[in-house]
Structure formats: structure tokens, C-alpha cells
Design a protein around this ligand. Sequence first.
Ligand code: KG4
Ligand code: ZN
Length: 340
Amino acid sequence: MQPKIYILGIESSCDDTCASISVDTQILSNVISSQKIHEKYGGVVPELASRSHMQNIVPVVQEAINQAGISLEQINAIAFTRGPGLLGSLIVGTSFAKSLCLALEKPLIEVHHMKAHILAHFIDNEENKKPEFPFLCLTVSGGHTQIVRVNSYYDFEILGSTIDDAAGEAFDKCAKIMGLPYPGGPLIDKYAQQGNANRFHFNKPKVEGLDFSFSGLKTSFLYFIEKEKKQNESFIKENLTDLCASLQKTILDILFHNLELASFKSGITSVAIAGGVSANSGLRNRLKSYEKQKKWKIFIPDFQFCTDNAGMIAVSGYFNYLQNNFVDQSVQASARIRDF
Ligand code: KG4
Ligand code: ZN
């Protein structure tokens, strides 16, 4: 029998400080310290995010090791997010991982944040449900919106991506327009569940091929709200659930239009979702309905592995470990790491 491989994963690309221990594709611990400080600013303040990572990284890693019940010496390698993300945030995780590797004399593995969101599908789960290659993945987060053809653990092909805002940004920016705190995505999801999704209609973009655009929706939402507020100051308060439901439906219509097209063009009917927005209940339910309606094989990650987490970094590290994909101490964090 092959010896088991223990990986320490570290994720610090945005505003969550995360550490995880995996053994092969099983997660032993998945610790996330979310930074509440950004709520009152209506978005992530990069400078504050880096400072919080500095404060959190040691206790978060310590907690991940404690919860996994292993010692640091048992770890085979350390995997960290090199990018993409906020540079100041990435530097904290990268420097920490490099230093710990140097001290422990362990190999170092760099991980691409967006690939890791996709590879979260290979984390052991209760249903033991993992996609077979090739499959399509709709990767939707605060910074990215992509349809990716996944050919293997190491081969990813972007079929379409956003030309302006990401889907998560559309949720968050429209939430801000309604006066909701950051991040607004989960709140829109919550209110949408009680609202009428067909009450209001917002602009959908006209983009060629499989690319996305969300900036027009944000602007049309802003103008609509401003116009209504001139007639009724309490418009948002009185219509919050219907506004959220209608907005969410529009975002999902845009996403699913391209996802259906990608499936049709590629002939691939195994479809996964990944990234923070894949926690959205409307998105999850609509994808589930396609299982019966369109006979798709669908893959939805556990909630804890949708938004940023280090379990996905540890498991990505494991697949790289199997290929001896190590990096040396000259590696640097990269905010705009080359896309796949
Ligand atoms: O993947 P993620 O945690 O961080 C990035 O890599 O960006 O994604 C964060 C994004 C935010 O825009 C947040 O509002 C959105 O995911 N999000 C949601 C939900 N949960 C998180 N959007 C809609 N519905 C949700 N339930
Ligand atoms: Zn992410």
C-alpha cells in the first residue's frame, strides 16, 4: 500500500485566513478565520486584509494542526495560494509557507486559487461523488466568472470568462446599492428565498460566445433604484425580497444561458459549480433541476468548500505532490497570475 500523504494547505488570497490538513484526498481539518472588519467599508480594504492575515496566520495554522491531531513533522509538504488575489494578502501566506518549509525542510507547492476551487470537487465527501474527466465547471467567485473545461487534475481550458465584473461582484455591488453590508451575496440569497423573482426585470448583456458581462446589469440596477427612490424613499425597504429575488434570477439566467451553450457546443453533460457564488441556493437548486430536465450529471461542492478555504489548497497540493511539482524559495506571490 502507498504511504499516505499529509499536506498543510494555506490560503490567504483575499479576506479569509485559512489553513487545512489533508491526508490524500481526505480533509482532516479546515480552519477559516473570516475578517469582519471589512463589513463596515462595503468591500475588502486590501491594507486591512494583509494586517489581519499577519495576526491570524499563526493561530489558524496551529488550530488546523491541532484539529487534525498530527504533528508538524508528519507533514509531507506545504501548499499555498500563489495567486490570483490581493498582493498584500497573498504575500503573507506565501512568506509564511516559504519560511515554514525552510525550517521543516519540507517541499513547497504553489497552487492557483481558481484551479483549487475546481479541484475542491475531488475532496472526499459523504456521497463519494466525484466528477469524471472531462467535465465543465462554472467557477463563480468575487473576482472571477469562468466556464472551464477540465480535462484532468492538471489540464484546464477556459471556454468563457467575464469581460468586466465577476458574478460575485454583481451580487456584492447591487447589495451595496440596496444598503446591505459586505459581502452582500449571501444576504441577497437569503432575502431572495422569500421574494417574487418575476416582479422586476433588469438588463441582460449581449456578449458574443461564452463570455460574460455583469457591469451593465449593475448600472441598470442602480438607475432603476434611483428612479424608484425619487418617488418613494422607502422603495428598497418595502420591496427588498422581490428586488433580491429578481436580481438573483437575472444573474442566474446570464450564468445558465452560457453554461447550457457550453454544454451544447462541447457535448459535455457532466457539469460542476465552484467558487463562493456556488454557495447560492438558487444556483444550486437550478443546477439540481437540470439533472432531471437535461439529464446532466451535476456536481455541487459542500458549503465549506465553496467559499475560500484551505481544504481545496491542500488537495490541489496533493495532486501536485504526486507529480513532484515543487517550487523553490525564489517563488513569489502574484496578484495576476497567468490564467491557467
Ligand atoms: O470564492 P470566494 O469566497 O472568494 C473569491 O475568491 O472571490 O467568493 C466570494 C464571493 C462574494 O462575492 C460573495 O458575495 C459570494 O461569493 N457569495 C455568494 C453567496 N455566498 C458567497 N453569492 C451569492 N449567494 C451566496 N449564498
Ligand atoms: Zn475564491
